[in-house]
Design a protein around this ligand. Structure first.
Ligand code: AMP
Length: 394
């Protein structure tokens, strides 16, 4: 007889979120609306999740005792940030259900392990080689050719820990910058350059019973390696979108995800989809689901990790999301930064503003985002871009 599914965790229970960033804040807001208590776990006091949680536990992600103590007051833990030591997930999982399981975190937080998982399961991705020395790098360049992208295996995000190798002169310099870690050579992954037509991502939820609910793929434009604008519908042929959705659902099943995950893809000029990255959590490209879908990615995360039925991921209207980075705060002289003109942004029809409450607007730092619904994705993109331009008075 199959084992009975664990009982669902009803509203009133206490949910833990590992990580204190905006993804945790939006998760907490969704959970509290549904009647849950939320306790966030972060290594800093002043974090976005603190403003939306019932309680913030501040401590080191390396401190297993601290995590185990916190876990005793929680009914389930999920995460919003994957750059935590795998041991942190295991310390929590010894006390309370952690969803997705820390093994999923372990696989996806390291590019070399993630690529090995993709290859083992036959999911198409960029040609690549794992690199552990300068010699490895030269051999990998001979195999894959140039241009190529060198990436640190662990702890990279938003293009950090990456270098493009355009020509032979870049190879040694890239090794010097990325390969030489404080404790000896770092593990790196060299990827062949993909001359992609566009980038898309698919956010999906998978429940305790293995059922999935998948949002429509979004088309993603990056600027300086950071997501700039996401839009839905992605405006690609149905077979391309269908392949991305199917691959995402198969990846979630192969990993055994309970929760929400996002798979980012390169779409090649001949219409193939290659997996770029897997994030075992809600994703920046899914923020527009708050306004544009029957159920947001954050509510889906609550439902999935609590063992509740998943909501409908139906798209209500074409939508676009533009990130608001610290760069929108323009210098106003004497080292002072001018607050963006939010009223001007909100005067654009259909535009909604989300600010994460971060106090220091550093360049490249995600401070908030703007979402717009419209009759077409292009019109929604125009609206969020216009709103952002007006806000930053650029
Ligand atoms: P990642 O952190 O791996 O998502 O990379 C950040 C961005 O760099 C991607 O969204 C792409 O725009 C670009 N990029 C990364 N890897 C490659 C590649 N192999 N070929 C071409 N562009 C890439």
């Amino acid at each position: 007889m199959p084992a009975a599914a664990p009982p669902s965790i009803p509203p009133g229970a206490t949910l833990g979120i590992l990580g204190g960033g905006q993804l945790g804040a939006m998760f907490a807001a969704a959970a509290r609306r549904m009647g849950y208590r939320v306790e966030a776990i972060s290594d800093v006091t002043d974090c976005p999740a603190a403003r939306h949680s019932d309680r913030l536990h501040v401590g080191s992600y390396d401190d297993g005792e601290f995590l185990a103590r916190v876990a005793r007051s929680l009914d389930v833990v999920t995460f919003e940030f994957e750059n935590v030591p795998a041991a942190a997930g295991r310390a929590l999982a010894a006390v309370v259900p952690v969803r997705p399981h820390p093994d999923v975190l372990f696989t996806t937080q390291d590019r070399a392990r993630e690529k090995a998982f993709l290859v083992r399961h036959g999911f198409a991705c960029a040609p690549h080689r794992v690199v552990r020395s300068r010699d490895d790098l030269h051999a990998a360049v001979r195999d894959l050719g140039l241009p190529a992208v060198l990436k640190t295996a662990a702890f990279g995000y938003d293009g950090k820990g990456q270098a493009k190798l355009a020509g032979p002169g870049d190879v040694d310099a890239a090794w010097d910058v990325l390969g030489a870690g404080p404790d000896g050579p770092r593990e790196l992954v060299l990827e062949g350059w993909i001359d992609f037509a566009c980038e898309i991502s698919v956010v999906a939820a998978r429940g305790l019973d293995g059922r999935t609910a998948t949002f429509e793929p979004s088309r993603n434009a990056h600027a300086h390696h950071i997501l700039d604008v996401s839009s839905v519908p992605a405006g690609l042929p149905e077979p391309v979108l269908g392949a991305a959705v199917q691959t995402t659902e198969e990846i979630l099943a192969a990993l055994g995800v309970v929760g929400v995950a996002c798979v980012e893809f390169f779409v090649t000029r001949d219409g193939r989809v290659l997996v770029n990255e897997i994030a075992p959590r809600t994703h920046n490209s899914g923020h527009l689901t708050i306004e544009a879908c029957d159920t947001s990615q954050f509510e889906q995360q609550v439902r999935a990790v609590c063992g509740l039925p998943l909501g409908s991921p139906r798209l209500l209207a074409p939508a676009a999301m533009a990130n608001v980075l610290g760069d929108c705060w323009q210098p106003a002289g004497s080292g002072v930064l001018r607050e963006p003109d939010w009223a001007a942004a909100l005067a654009v029809p259909g535009v909604r503003l989300h600010l994460y409450g971060k106090t220091e607007p550093r360049p490249g730092r995600k401070m908030g985002h703007l979402t717009a619904l419209a009759d077409t994705a292009d019109e929604a993109i125009e609206r969020v871009r216009l709103a952002r331009r007006l806000a930053s008075r650029a």
